[in-house]
Design a protein around this ligand. Structure first.
Ligand code: SAH
Length: 344
């Protein structure tokens, strides 16, 4: 049976017209599906029982469900989310004093091969549907209200998968999340994180979505980057920079570079200089992310001294740098740890 959420508003209208119903029925159903995130046709109370039955004979709704919920001592909640075909992704709620951020997945597994990321160890199984992305946001919004008494405030596409490799559905999901007739959230509070696919960055800039962009850089030296993020051989840093300039020109939004410092890999002056030179080419800031171990020995050498040096040198060069504390590491909910590993 077909999921009714694969229909556009126009397709819904056509459907109701063929049933001999008024086209405004489409708007009512659309509102239940995309604004209220309702998962039951039978609960669409402004439709007659007869009409609800007719719709149910033709369509289903495939909601995601929380299969396992783990809470970190720091308040972070990791959801093992089950999809209608039994596959799993993970969605994380990250609370701070003032905000709640949802970290959502865009693919089951990932086709990229970043050596430091746990998700890369799962091969890519499939892209998430639009509704599966929106459901993660809606479910974390409900959890935020339930556990923290406030609605979700921010969304980051930093869960499993590479958002640019599921481009069409991610863009459509963002539209559904931000439109007033959808969840009505502000696009300025949404960040799409990418490991850097220049063509797609340009395309996203052209969508006029008003979202923010983060680029997982980790090294501004081509050779090192190719070594730790092998897929990036196809995407030279200069080409990525071109696309970032285009992004800034089109959106006026500053780019965030995500960066981990690893002893023996990028903890030297040459790397710091390369990063400064790279950042200076486009309005940007740097988020130094604390590495979360995934059992790959070569990345396990943390050097706090080098991190401090990065902060000092970047600041001296006039570049905004923030050090991001790791959240939810005790339940493997932190960056790069999402790998469908459960507590049992
Ligand atoms: N594929 C997208 C989004 C998912 S990853 C991307 O690459 O941007 C979200 C962020 O976590 C990325 O910046 C990624 O480089 C980083 N990351 C991956 N593994 C990590 C780890 N083990 N510790 C800390 N950060 C990690």
């Amino acid at each position: 049976m077909k999921d009714i959420r694969t229909l556009s508003l126009d397709q819904l209208k056509d459907y109701f017209v063929t049933l001999g119903e008024k086209p405004f029925r489409a708007k009512q159903v659309y509102d239940w599906l995309w604004s209220k995130n309702l998962h039951s046709i039978d609960e669409m109370t402004n439709l007659s029982k007869d009409l609800r039955d007719k719709i149910s004979q033709e369509f289903c709704i495939n909601p995601v469900s929380v299969d396992q919920l783990q809470k970190s001592t720091d308040g972070t909640i990791k959801n093992g989310v089950k999809l209608h075909d039994g596959l799993m992704v993970e969605s994380v709620l990250i609370p701070t004093e003032t905000r709640t951020t949802a970290c959502v997945s865009s693919q089951v597994g990932c086709s990229l091969n970043c050596e430091f990321c746990a998700t890369a160890k799962l091969k890519r199984m499939r892209n998430l549907e639009v509704a599966e992305i929106v459901d993660q946001v809606a479910l974390i919004d409900r959890q935020s209200k339930m556990y923290f008494d406030r609605p979700l405030s921010n969304i980051v596409f930093m869960g499993m998968g590479e958002p640019m490799m599921n481009y069409k559905n991610v863009v459509e999901a963002i539209r559904k999340i931000t439109k007033p007739e959808g969840l009505g959230m502000s696009p300025r509070r949404i960040t799409v994180s990418t490991s850097g696919i220049p063509k797609m960055i340009k395309m996203l800039a052209d969508e006029d979505l008003k979202v923010k962009l983060a680029l997982s850089l980790h090294s501004a030296i081509e050779e090192t980057r190719n070594e730790i993020m092998p897929f990036s051989e196809k995407f030279p840093l200069d080409e990525i920079m071109d696309s970032l300039k285009y992004w800034y020109q089109k959106t006026g939004n500053v780019i965030t570079f995500e960066y981990c410092v690893w002893g023996g890999i990028n903890d030297n002056d040459e790397h710091i200089k390369a990063l400064i030179k790279y950042c200076r080419q486009v309005p940007s800031k740097v988020n130094l992310i604390q590495y979360n171990p995934i059992g790959e020995g070569k990345f396990d050498h943390r050097s706090i001294k080098s991190e401090e040096k990065y902060v000092r040198e970047l600041t001296k060069a006039g570049i905004t740098v923030m050090v991001r504390r790791s959240r939810g590491a005790d339940i493997d909910a932190a960056c790069g740890q999402l790998a469908n590993k459960t507590s049992d």
